[in-house]
Write a protein that binds this ligand. Structure first.
Ligand SMILES: Nc1nc2c(ncn2[C@@H]2O[C@H](COP(=O)(O)OP(=O)(O)OP(=O)(O)O)[C@@H](O)[C@H]2O)c(=O)[nH]1
Ligand SMILES: [Mg+2]
Length: 250
């Protein structure tokens, strides 16, 4: 069962478990002046995305998020290269501007929808729902969502994925986990990337791993070099074990 592998699912956090309505971690005012809870609306939208993509179409949906340049797209390139021959992959790629990442993934044979957020520093479920409209879900087995590079705001905005994978890298400093506990707590798995240059930048990956376990005790942690793919096999296995189109039981 997926919950055994991923801990509390994003779906369940926003759809069932997380009854709170103030996300609390963002530096924006996430509530509108009419008193309506904007975050609750987005969580509802995320539930709809999840229902449609995962339940109705049986597409495994995984979100990758983390700071700018941590290696999200590079990691996705490696995962796509290593996918089973018959696995059909789509991606929704969020960036403030441009289509560089979308073109990189397209070059790997992925059906990509590029989303430019302009002044927004994160994707939200409405943007994802619109992007999903542009995909033919019937032709996909897996959908990756790459969020805009940001370590704060995405915590408040689940997108409807089955799991959220947080990608940090050694170049961000080995104190990155301590500075962003809330984001770690809002995700299901963490990748410590750029292990190949940890020594060069003086980062202690053991410390990062220990810090992750401290802020999010049940979190799966992967160490990777996304440039050459080292460490991605375990991540591939973990993602492959994620259920496809798991049935609603509650
Ligand atoms: N040495 C090393 N470089 C890496 C690794 N992973 C990614 N890079 C490099 O880091 C830079 C940023 O990688 P991206 O994959 O574009 O990062 P990203 O997280 O998608 O960035 P945004 O989409 O802008 O948030 C690129 O120059 C990559 O080649 C790694 O494991 N080791
Ligand atoms: Mg990217």
């Amino acid at each position: 069962m997926l919950t055994d592998l991923f801990g509390p699912l994003s779906m369940h956090r926003f759809g069932h478990d997380r009854g709170d309505t103030d996300g609390g971690s963002g530096d924006h005012d996430h509530n509108d002046t009419g008193g309506t809870d904007v975050l609750a609306r987005y969580r509802e939208r995320a539930s709809e995305v999840h229902e449609r993509v995962v339940h109705d179409h049986g597409v495994s949906c995984i979100e990758f998020l983390g700071s700018t340049g941590s290696g999200k797209t590079t990691l996705l390139e490696r995962l796509v290269e290593r996918r089973p021959a018959d696995e059909r992959v789509g991606a929704i790629v969020g960036d403030v501007a441009g289509d560089d990442d979308a073109r990189r993934l397209e070059a790997c044979g992925v059906d990509v929808v590029n989303v430019n957020t302009g002044k927004e520093c994160h994707l939200d479920a409405s943007l994802v729902a619109d992007a999903v409209d542009e995909l033919d879900l019937e032709t996909l087995d897996r959908l990756y969502i790459e969020n805009v590079g940001n370590m704060v705001c995405p915590a408040d905005f689940p997108l409807g994925a089955e799991a959220r994978v947080l990608v940090v890298s050694t170049t961000e400093g080995d104190d990155v986990v301590r500075k962003h506990p809330l984001l770690f707590q809002s995700c299901d798995a963490a990748v410590v990337n750029k292990t190949d240059i940890a020594d060069a930048v003086g980062a202690d990956t053991d410390r990062m791993r220990t810090d992750i376990t401290e802020v999010a005790p049940d979190m799966e942690v992967f160490e990777t070099n996304a440039r050459d793919g080292s460490g991605t096999d375990r991540l591939t296995e973990y993602l492959a074990a994620s259920g496809r189109g798991h049935a609603h039981t509650d």
